[in-house]
Design a protein around this ligand. Structure first.
Ligand code: FE2
Ligand code: FE2
Length: 133
């Protein structure tokens, strides 16, 4: 059971970037299923954060390259938003191991609210008209 599904309404008018966004939804759904199963909380968190950081570094660089190519006027603000998402993910990753039971749900909330709802659906969506042919 997925907690969050990508919809064509979320498109940024670029197939590669849309596919990368869909990967974030997969990471969230995998983390959610692992948390529901209760047995591997620490592992689920570690796997999700590793996948997330690996994915984000590649995706953010790709997105910023596309923005530069079309002279996107909010590129600097967008780069700052990307840096802030990475900073928060690293901050969650560095929490002491004793608190790892609560990190999974916190990471899930951060990914759904700040990463998907506020970043992909608001900030990235503002870029979509610039990719329209
Ligand atoms: Fe994005
Ligand atoms: Fe972005």
């Amino acid at each position: 059971m997925s907690i969050i599904d990508w919809s064509p309404a979320y498109t940024v008018n670029n197939a590669a970037l849309d596919a990368q966004h869909q990967e974030i939804f997969s990471i969230i759904n995998e983390l959610h299923s692992s948390l529901l199963s209760h047995d591997k909380r620490q592992d689920a968190f570690a796997v999700a954060i590793r996948e997330l950081l690996e994915h984000a570094r590649m995706h953010f660089a790709d997105e910023e390259r596309q923005m530069l190519a079309v002279n996107y006027p909010d590129l600097r603000e967008h780069q700052a938003a990307h840096a802030e998402l990475i900073r928060k993910a690293l901050e969650i990753e560095k929490r002491p191991k004793e608190t790892s039971e609560s990190i999974g749900p916190e990471l899930l909330g951060f990914l759904i609210i700040e990463w998907v709802v506020m970043h992909i659906l608001v900030d990235d969506k503002k870029f979509a008209p610039y990719l329209k042919h």
